[in-house]
Design a protein around this ligand. Structure first.
Ligand code: 173
Length: 321
């Protein structure tokens, strides 16, 4: 009995000596595996696991099948997971300011220099116990997709699927809104529960929504944000070498985003047309007022939710005029 106990201790000691060298982090994505907004994250994981052999590894648990997307922020904050692929709109319950990334009219490279990134990074540390490692989706506008045509920027009488990204804007144009995770959009369209939905220009093919979509409204608005977050308590325990591997893979993901989405945006725009999705273009003064209303309503929403930080974030993020 006693010798079995001692043998057990020896095994434990060996295991912890090994883990002092190589750490394995648990990761979850808010988007379905192998779809548009998980891809940059999955590439990041591949790079970390290649460069980090013997130093740091990431165990990718999965997407929304592993954890509901609107719970990922809380799980990251509490340390249930160490690494998250998430967009601000999915965790406004934890940190309302996170949804303001969608309103950036300057590239991340500039925000890393002008203080905007540093300001947000502090909020992530304080409010979410998180390190904002890298944004891998940018230069990627959102659009309104519809199954009933419109001829002007008036959404009265339409019921639209939203997340916090679109709420203030679509409501300002008169729509009724219903929030759902991406995984529920197909069924909502199929059953006619909604007349349309908000989503970026890329990714509507991933879950088959093109089969249930008649129109896309142009112009687009905002710029989608999907980012890699690390639990700060986990991060603080990592060695310099472990952090460097994560940082480097993060920098690579962020610096590639603008170029990747330039290509993907063009590809999916054509693919939508080929799939028979018609474009409703609000042009001239109507288009301009639609676009301006998006930013007005978006910033009003951010400032309403965070009177303390919203105005400051607007100074950093909005286009200088
Ligand atoms: O529409 C959404 O689910 C959403 O908010 C989003 C955010 C970033 C990328 C893709 C979708």
């Amino acid at each position: 009995m006693r010798s079995i106990f001692i043998a057990g201790l020896a095994v434990l000691a060996t295991a912890s000596a090994a883990s002092a060298q190589e750490v394995t982090l648990r990761a979850v994505s808010s988007f379905a595996e192998k779809t548009t907004y998980s891809r940059g994250f999955e590439l990041f994981i591949e790079r970390v696991n290649k460069e980090g052999r013997g130093v740091v590894q990431i165990n990718y648990i999965g997407g929304p099948k592993a954890m509901p997307p609107f719970e990922v922020g809380n799980a990251l904050k509490s340390g249930v997971i160490d690494v998250a692929n998430a967009t601000g709109a999915f965790y406004t319950n934890v940190m309302p300011e996170a949804d303001s990334w969608k309103l950036t009219e300057r590239p991340m490279s500039e925000l890393r220099r002008n203080g905007g990134y540093a300001y947000m990074a502090q909020l992530y540390a304080d409010k979410m116990n998180a390190i904002f490692l890298a944004r891998h989706s940018d230069n990627n506008p959102f659009h309104l997709y519809l199954n009933k045509p419109i001829s002007t920027a008036d959404l009265t009488g339409l019921k639209l699927r939203i997340t916090p990204v679109y709420r203030d804007f679509f409501q300002a144009l008169g729509a009724t809104v219903v929030q759902t995770a991406p995984g529920e959009v197909y069924t909502a369209l199929e059953r006619g529960v909604v007349d349309g939905y908000g989503w970026p220009i890329t990714g509507i093919f991933d879950l088959g929504w093109h089969e249930k979509t008649k129109y896309r409204v142009d112009p687009g608005f905002y710029s989608s944000e999907v980012s890699i977050l690390v639990n700060k308590s986990t991060w603080d325990k990592l060695s310099g070498a472990q952090r460097d591997i994560l940082r480097k893979a993060g920098e690579q993901a962020e610096s590639e985003a603008v170029g990747i989405f330039a290509e993907e945006n063009a590809k999916d725009t054509k693919r939508q047309a080929d799939a028979g999705i018609q474009t409703i273009t609000l042009d001239g003064a109507v288009g301009k007022s639609y676009h301006d209303k998006a930013y007005e309503a978006g910033w009003a929403g951010v400032i309403r939710q965070s009177p303390q930080h919203g105005p400051k974030l607007k100074e950093f993020f909005a286009k200088a005029n």
